[in-house]
Design a protein around this ligand. Structure first.
Ligand SMILES: C[C@@H](N)C(=O)N[C@H](C)C(=O)O
Length: 189
């Protein structure tokens, strides 16, 4: 397995390459499935190679009059542990592991918005753990239309959608990144 180029390995604020990307980190608030504030930052960061891909996806949706909104990005292992303690089902919340997904900064929980930040209706709410979250859920036509705009842009930009959660997109190069940790508060713009 090739390693990611070192410049891509560093963490970067997701709004550094495209300030039009909305960031509303749900685990920085009590508005998430735990009902608790999980971490102490509101800045979304990811590995630079992954942020470059997100900027490419953002360009694609902006060309169609939409914006991306990030609900979660890099998530420290300690935060993952808090989530897993509340909902210990690996189908919906991965076990704490520094070499995995959000915890190494190569995954986004994301949705599609109007340019004013209004969220576009999708097939379920964020973190609605059930059949309606799954990518093979039989979407209504308007849900399918909205899902396709997001999914086509993210996959064209180099992400792979997690089968169980329509909002979860992982860098297709995720296996080339090793574990790394950072304090998102150090990456404020
Ligand atoms: C908790 C949910 N938003 C999520 O991120 N699930 C995946 C499977 C994960 O824990 O990485």
């Amino acid at each position: 397995m090739n390693e990611a180029p070192s410049s891509n390995n560093d963490f970067l604020n997701v709004q550094a390459l495209d300030p039009d990307i909305f960031v509303e980190l749900r685990y920085a608030t009590e508005n998430n499935f735990t009902g608790e504030k999980i971490y102490n930052f509101t800045t979304a960061i990811a590995r630079t190679g992954t942020v470059k891909k997100l900027a490419a996806a953002s360009k694609l949706v902006k060309e169609q009059g939409f914006r991306l909104k990030v609900w979660d990005a890099y998530r420290p292992v300690a935060a993952q542990k808090k989530l897993f303690d509340v909902y210990p089902d690996p189908n919906w919340v991965l076990p704490p592991n520094p070499n995995s997904s959000h915890q190494k900064g190569v995954t986004f929980d994301i949705t599609l918005c109007e340019p004013d930040g209004t969220e576009i209706p999708m097939q379920s709410k964020f973190d609605e753990f059930g059949e309606s979250a799954k990518r093979n859920y039989p979407r209504k036509p308007y849900q399918e239309h909205n899902y396709r705009i997001l999914n086509d842009a993210m996959t064209a930009a180099g992400f792979v959608g997690y089968s169980e959660e329509w909002w979860d997109y992982r860098d297709s190069d995720m296996d080339s990144y090793g574990p790394a940790s950072a304090d998102p508060n150090d990456y404020q713009l």
